[in-house]
Design a protein around this ligand. Structure first.
Ligand SMILES: Nc1ncnc2c1ncn2[C@@H]1O[C@H](COP(=O)(O)OP(=O)(O)OP(=O)(O)O)[C@@H](O)[C@H]1O
Ligand SMILES: [Mg+2]
Length: 131
C-alpha cells in the first residue's frame, strides 16, 4: 500500500504540491488526472525520491520512504515506466530490457519474465543485439 499524507513539494519558491494526500491499496490501479501543470509529474517524482517533499509523509506498506535515495526506493518495488517510450538509444534491445530488472537477484525468474515479454512481442527476440 502506498500512502501520501499532506505532501508539499516546492521548486524554489514555487509550491507545486499543496497538501497532497492519496492512498493506493494492494492490487489497485490508480489514475492521476489533472490539467497541465497541476502537479501529476511532480507527485510521481516526489514518490520516487527525485523531488524531496518539504513536508508531509510518503509511506510504502507503512514505512516512510521520503528522504530515501531514488535507487533505494526502486529496490522497495516502486518504479516508473517512462512516458513517450523513452529508452536508452545507445544500449541494445536486450540491455534495455535487462535494465528493468536491474535490482532483482532472482535471475531464473528474470529469465522467465524475459521469455514472457518475448512471447508478447516476438519481434524483440530477433532484435536483442540491435541498439
Ligand atoms: N523544474 C521545475 N522548476 C520550476 N517549476 C516547475 C518545474 N517542474 C514543474 N514546475 C511547476 O510545478 C507545477 C506542477 O508541474 P508538473 O510538471 O508536476 O505538472 P503536470 O500535472 O505533470 O503537468 P503536465 O500535464 O503538463 O505534464 C507547475 O506549476 C509547473 O510549472
Ligand atoms: Mg507531467
Amino acid at each position: 500500500m502506498l500512502e501520501l499524507k499532506n505532501v508539499n513539494t516546492y521548486y524554489g519558491n514555487i509550491q507545486a504540491l499543496r497538501d497532497v494526500s492519496l492512498t493506493v491499496r494492494d492490487g489497485e490501479i490508480a489514475t492521476l488526472i489533472g490539467a497541465n501543470g497541476a502537479g501529476k509529474s511532480t507527485t510521481l517524482m516526489t514518490i520516487c525520491g527525485i523531488n524531496r517533499p518539504a513536508s508531509g509523509e510518503i509511506l510504502w506498506n507503512g514505512q516512510p520512504v521520503s528522504g530515501m535515495a531514488p535507487h533505494e526506493i526502486v529496490r522497495l518495488g516502486i518504479s516508473q515506466a517512462p512516458e513517450g517510450r523513452l529508452i536508452f538509444p545507445d544500449l541494445s534491445v536486450m540491455e534495455n530490457l535487462e535494465l528493468g530488472a536491474f535490482p532483482r537477484k532472482d535471475k531464473a525468474a528474470v529469465k522467465k519474465d524475459l521469455d514472457y515479454v518475448f512471447s508478447l512481442f516476438p519481434i524483440l527476440a530477433q532484435l536483442i543485439r540491435q541498439t
